[in-house]
Design a protein around this ligand. Structure first.
Ligand SMILES: Nc1ncnc2c1ncn2[C@@H]1O[C@H](COP(=O)(O)OP(=O)(O)OP(=O)(O)O)[C@@H](O)[C@H]1O
Length: 855
C-alpha cells in the first residue's frame, strides 16, 4: 500500500470512542470496551470536541510498521489495516481473530474505523515522521514549553524504532536532540553552576558541587568503555577542574552532518525562539538530560551502573513532589550535556544498562516504560545569570500493551502481570478522567494520577504545565489483530483532551542546594487539601513524599499523624482488597480450567461410548447373520440328506413364502450352493461340508475373539467411569478449595474489622491521652500562674522589708543625732532601741509568716 500524506492536523473524533463517567472499569480491556459506543453517542462527543480550538486538542498520531520478511512468510498479511486517508484508518478483523469470532456470534463488529491527527503509512521515513509530528513540539520546547511524547502499542509494533531509530537512521529522539543543539549552538552558558531542579526551581551549585557534577558526568560516559572518549573526557574533566570548573567541553566539538545543516537552516528560517525574550538581552542556554525506566512500579536510573553481583539489587528511586506540586524522581542523575553527541552517548549508556538489566534480571524490554528527559535552561546574563525559564522535553517508550488483562497466569506471576500493566490501565483512566473533567466542569471529577508512578510523572504535562502528544504504533499482523484493536480504541479518547498551558511569567531565582538528597520540605496538610481537590483519593496520597517533621508545629504534627493514620488504614484496606481480588481471580481462573477439563473429558467419554456401542452393534449383527446363515445351511443339508433334492426345493419354497426378508439373501446363497451341490460329485460335497465345518469353527473362534474384545472394551469403559468419578472427586476438592477461599476471605474481612476496632480503640486511647495532656497543660498553666503570684508577693515582701530596714536605719541615724544633741540617759536609749527593733522584727516575722502561707 503506497500512501503519502501531507501534514495536516484535524481533530475529528473516532467513531467508536466513548467514555462513560459513572462506570469504574476494572481492567484495561473493560476500559477499552467503555470507549466503544454506538454511533449516536460518539456523535455527541464529536460535537463537543469540535467546539474546542483545534490546536488545543491533544495530538494523537498513528504509525503503521511494514511487514518483516518472516511475517510475510507466515501469512500475517491479510489486509487487516486499510488506510483510507491521512486521518482515517479501517481495521478489518481476520478470520481467526476473536473479534471475528465474536462478530459471527453477534457480539461487536468485524470492521472498525478510527481517525487520528495524522496517519503515517509503512513507507514513511524517519525524517518524514519527525517533520510531520514532533518537530513543532520541539520548537515549542525551545520556546519554553514543557512537552511530553509517548509511544503506545503492542510489543514489536515499532515504538522503540520510532523513538530511537537505528544508528544510521535516527528516530524522533536523536532528531530532537540535533534540532535542540543546532538551535543553541554558540549560545552556551558555559559554567555549570546552575542546575535545573524542577521546571520552576534552579539550584545554585558551589565549586565543590560543580566538581561532583563533572565527576558524575565522566563516570556515566565512561560506562560506554570507549577508551579514547573516556580519556578525552578525563582530560576535559581535569582541565575543567584546573580551570576552577569554569567551562565544559566546547559545543563546537561535534560535527554537523548535511542533514543537521539542513535542519539548522530550517530552524533559523522558520522560527526564532528568542523573539519574546529579546528585551531581556542575549539568551544563553544550558542543557541537562536524564534517562530512567519504570519496571514493576519501581523507578530505576538507567545512568546508574548495574550492580556487578547478582545478589545486589538495583537502587530504586522515589517519586517526590516539590512545593508547587510538581513530581520529580528523587536522586535521578541529570547530566549536563553540551552536544548532541554527548546526549546520544548518555542515551547509549542508558540503553546498555537497560539491556544488561534484561539479561541479568530476566526482564523483557517491553515490560518497562523508559523516559528520556531533556531540561533546557535559558539565562539572560553571563556574569550575573538570571534564569528566564526552564522547559522540559520527555520522550517515553511505554511497555507493550498486549499483556493487559490477557495474562492467564497464576499466583505470583498473576500479581506481577497486574503490577506491570497497572500503570497503563491508570494512564487510560487518567486520560478518560481528564476528558471527563473538561467536559463536566461543574463536577469534581477524580483523575487518579497518584495511582501509578508513570501517571504521577506525566501529571504536569497533562495539567496546564505542558503539552502531551501520543504516538500509536501498530503492526498489520493478523495474529496480533485483537491487541491492535484494543490499542486503537484506547488511543481515541486521548484526542479529545484539551490542553491549555498557563504562561510562566516570573524569573526563577536560583536557590542553594539544601541537602545532598535535595529533599524539599512540604506542608503536608496543604498538600493534602490540594490533592483532595485534584484527586479526592486518599488511598495513594503522598505515599512517597518527603516530609521534614522537625519543621512542623505541634498542631501540624498532630494533623500529620492523623493524616498518616488515615493513609495507613486506607493503604491496608487497599492491600487487603487487592489480595482478595487476586485470590478471587485465581479462584475463577482455576474454576474455569477445571470446568474446561471436565468438558473435554465428558466429550471424550461420550465419543468413546458411542464408538464402542457402534462397534459392538455392528459385530453382533455380523454374528447373528453368519449364525443364521450357518444354521440355515445346516438345516438344508439335513433335509437334503433325509428327503432328497426335490423336497429340499419345496421346503426352500415354503421358507421363502413367508417372505423372510432377513433370510432372503441367505436362501439365494443356499439355492445357488444347492445347484452347485447338485452338479457336484459326492466327494466334492464332502469337501464342501468340511469347508463349512471349518467355517463354523472359524466363526466360533472369531466370536471368542470378539467376546475378548468386548471384555477389553468393558474394562476401558470402566476406566473412563473411574476417571469420571475422579473428576467428580476433583470437583469436590475444588468446592472445598473455594469454600476454604471463602473462609479465608471471611477471615480477612474479620481481620479488617478487628483492625478497624483496634484502630478505633487506639484512637479513643489517643483522644483520652490527648485530653489528659490538655488537663495537665491547664494544671501546669495554673501552677505557673500561682508561682508568678508567689514570686510577685515575695518581691513585694522583700521591698517591704527593705523599706522597713531603711526606715529603721533612718530612725537609728535620727536617734543617734538626737543622742549627740540631747544626750539622754543610757537606759532610755536601749529601751527605745529594743522597742523599735521589736516592732521591726514583728513586722518582718509577720510578712514572712504571710509568705509561707500554703499556696
Ligand atoms: N517503520 C519501520 N520501518 C522498518 N522497520 C521497522 C519499523 N518499525 C519497526 N520496525 C522494526 O520492527 C521491529 C520491532 O520494532 P521495535 O523494537 O521498535 O518494537 P517495539 O514496539 O518497541 O517492541 P517492544 O515493545 O518489544 O520494545 C524492529 O526490528 C524494528 O527495526
Amino acid at each position: 500500500m503506497d500512501i503519502k500524506y501531507s501534514a495536516c492536523e484535524h481533530s475529528i473524533l473516532s467513531d467508536s470512542i466513548f467514555y462513560e463517567p459513572q462506570m469504574q472499569p476494572q481492567s484495561l480491556s473493560e476500559l477499552v470496551d467503555e470507549f466503544c459506543t454506538p454511533k449516536s453517542k460518539a456523535d455527541n462527543q464529536k460535537k463537543q470536541c469540535l467546539t474546542e480550538p483545534e490546536d488545543q486538542c491533544m495530538k494523537v498520531y498513528l504509525r503503521v510498521r511494514p511487514f518483516s520478511q518472516v511475517e510475510m512468510e507466515n501469512n500475517e498479511s491479510q489486509d487487516c489495516v486499510i488506510l483510507e486517508s491521512s486521518e482515517t484508518v479501517v481495521l478489518r478483523a481476520p478470520k481467526l481473530s476473536s473479534t471475528m469470532k465474536n462478530s459471527e456470534r453477534g457480539i461487536g463488529q468485524s470492521v472498525h474505523k478510527f481517525t487520528f491527527t495524522q496517519i503515517f503509512g509503512h513507507q514513511t521515513t524517519q525524517k518524514q515522521f519527525f517533520d510531520g509530528t514532533i518537530k513543532n513540539l520541539v520548537k515549542q520546547f525551545l520556546k519554553g514549553q514543557n512537552s511530553l511524547v509517548f509511544t503506545y502499542g503492542v510489543t514489536n509494533a515499532g515504538k522503540t524504532y520510532t523513538i530511537q531509530g537505528t544508528p544510521k537512521d535516527g528516530g524522533i529522539l536523536p532528531r530532537s536532540l540535533d534540532m535542540l543543539f543546532n538551535h543553541v549552538k554558540g549560545r552556551w552558558y558555559k559554567r555549570m553552576d546552575l542546575k535545573p531542579f524542577t521546571c520552576n526551581e534552579v539550584l545554585k551549585l558551589d565549586s565543590n558541587q560543580v566538581w561532583q557534577e563533572e565527576l558524575v558526568k565522566a563516570s556515566v560516559l565512561s560506562m560506554l568503555k570507549e577508551e579514547v572518549e573516556y580519556r578525552t573526557l578525563r582530560t576535559t574533566c581535569q582541565s575543567s577542574l584546573k580551570g576552577l570548573f569554569s567551562t565544559s567541553t566546547t559545543p563546537e566539538a561535534y560535527s554537523l552532518s548535511p542533514d543537521k545543516l539542513e535542519r539548522e537552516s530550517e530552524i533559523e528560517n522558520g522560527f526564532n525562539s528568542d523573539t519574546d525574550l529579546c528585551d531581556q538581552g542575549p539568551v544563553k542556554y544550558s542543557v541537562w538530560v536524564s534517562f530512567c525506566e519504570i519496571y514493576n512500579e519501581y523507578v530505576y536510573d538507567l545512568l546508574e551502573a548495574i550492580p556487578a553481583l547478582k545478589t545486589q539489587k538495583r537502587r530504586n528511586l522515589r517519586v517526590c513532589e516539590d512545593q508547587n506540586g510538581n513530581c520529580y524522581v528523587k536522586e535521578l542523575k541529570w547530566i549536563h550535556v553540551t552536544s548532541a553527541d554527548e546526549a546520544n552517548k548518555v542515551l547509549k549508556v542508558g540503553n546498555k544498562n537497560r539491556s544488561l538489566a534484561c539479561t541479568k534480571l530476566n526482564q523483557q524490554s517491553s515490560r518497562s516504560h523508559t523516559i528520556f528527559s531533556v531540561r533546557l535552561m535559558q539565562m539572560n546574563d553571563e556574569d550575573n545569570a538570571q534564569v528566564l525559564r526552564i522547559s522540559e522535553l520527555s520522550l517515553c517508550d511505554l511497555a507493550g500493551s498486549e499483556r493487559c488483562g490477557k495474562t492467564q497466569t497464576f499466583g505470583n506471576r498473576l500479581k506481577e502481570a497486574g503490577n506491570i500493566n497497572n500503570s497503563l490501565l491508570i494512564l487510560g483512566k487518567c486520560i478518560a478522567g481528564l476528558r471527563e473533567r473538561q467536559h463536566n466542569k461543574m463536577k469534581a471529577i477524580i483523575v487518579p494520577f497518584r495511582e501509578s508512578k508513570l501517571t504521577r510523572l506525566f501529571q504536569g504535562f497533562f495539567c496546564d504545565k505542558g503539552k502531551a502528544c501520543m504516538i500509536i504504533n501498530i503492526n498489520q499482523c493478523a495474529s496480533t489483530y485483537d491487541e491492535t484493536l484494543h490499542v486503537m480504541k484506547f488511543s481515541g479518547i486521548a484526542k479529545q483532551i484539551v490542553q491549555i498551558i498557563q504562561p510562566k511569567l516570573e524569573l526563577i531565582n536560583p536557590t542553594t542546594r539544601k541537602e545532598d538528597s535535595m529533599m524539599v520540605c512540604m506542608d503536608l496538610s496543604n498538600t493534602l487539601a490540594t490533592e483532595n481537590s485534584i484527586s479526592g483519593d486518599l488511598l495513594h496520597e503522598a505515599d512517597e513524599e518527603e516530609l521534614d517533621v522537625t519543621a512542623l508545629g505541634y498542631e501540624e504534627m498532630l494533623d500529620t499523624i492523623e493524616n498518616l493514620k488515615q493513609k495507613l488504614i486506607a493503604e491496608r484496606q487497599h492491600k487487603l482488597l487487592l489480595e482478595i481480588r487476586v485470590r478471587e481471580e485465581m479462584g475463577q481462573a482455576m474454576f474455569q480450567q477445571l470446568m474446561h477439563t471436565e468438558e473435554v473429558w465428558s466429550e471424550r467419554f461420550e465419543e468413546l461410548k458411542e464408538n464402542y456401542d457402534d462397534q459392538l452393534e455392528s459385530k453382533l449383527h455380523m454374528y447373528k447373520e453368519s449364525i443364521k446363515r450357518h444354521a440355515y445351511k445346516c438345516a438344508l443339508e439335513e433335509i437334503k440328506d433325509k428327503h432328497g433334492a426335490e423336497e429340499t426345493f419345496t421346503i426352500q419354497g415354503k421358507v421363502k413364502e413367508p417372505d423372510s426378508k432377513l433370510l432372503e439373501e441367505s436362501l439365494n446363497d443356499c439355492q445357488s450352493q444347492l445347484a452347485y451341490v447338485n452338479s457336484q460329485s459326492p466327494t466334492g460335497l464332502t469337501k464342501e461340508l468340511e469347508q463349512l465345518k471349518e467355517e463354523v469353527l472359524k466363526t466360533k473362534s472369531q466370536m471368542t475373539n470378539l467376546q475378548l474384545e468386548v471384555a477389553v472394551n468393558c474394562q476401558e469403559v470402566n476406566k473412563y467411569k473411574e476417571l469420571y468419578e475422579a473428576k467428580a472427586v476433583s470437583e469436590e476438592w475444588f468446592e472445598k478449595l473455594s469454600h476454604e477461599n471463602d473462609q479465608l476471605i471471611d477471615s480477612l474481612k474479620r481481620e479488617i474489622q478487628d483492625m478497624h476496632s483496634a484502630l478505633q480503640e487506639a484512637e479513643e486511647n489517643y483522644q483520652e491521652a490527648n485530653k489528659n495532656v490538655k488537663e495537665l497543660q491547664s494544671t501546669l498553666a495554673k501552677q505557673d500562674q500561682m508561682l508568678a503570684d508567689i514570686e510577685k508577693e515575695r518581691a513585694d515582701q522583700i521591698n517591704e522589708l527593705q523599706a522597713t530596714v531603711v526606715k529603721l536605719q533612718e530612725e537609728l541615724a535620727l536617734r543617734k543625732s538626737l543622742d549627740i544633741t540631747e544626750k539622754p540617759p543610757k537606759k532610755r536609749f536601749f529601751t527605745n532601741l529594743a522597742g523599735s527593733k521589736l516592732s521591726g522584727c514583728s513586722s518582718v516575722k509577720y510578712s514572712l509568716f504571710k509568705s509561707k502561707k500554703p499556696s
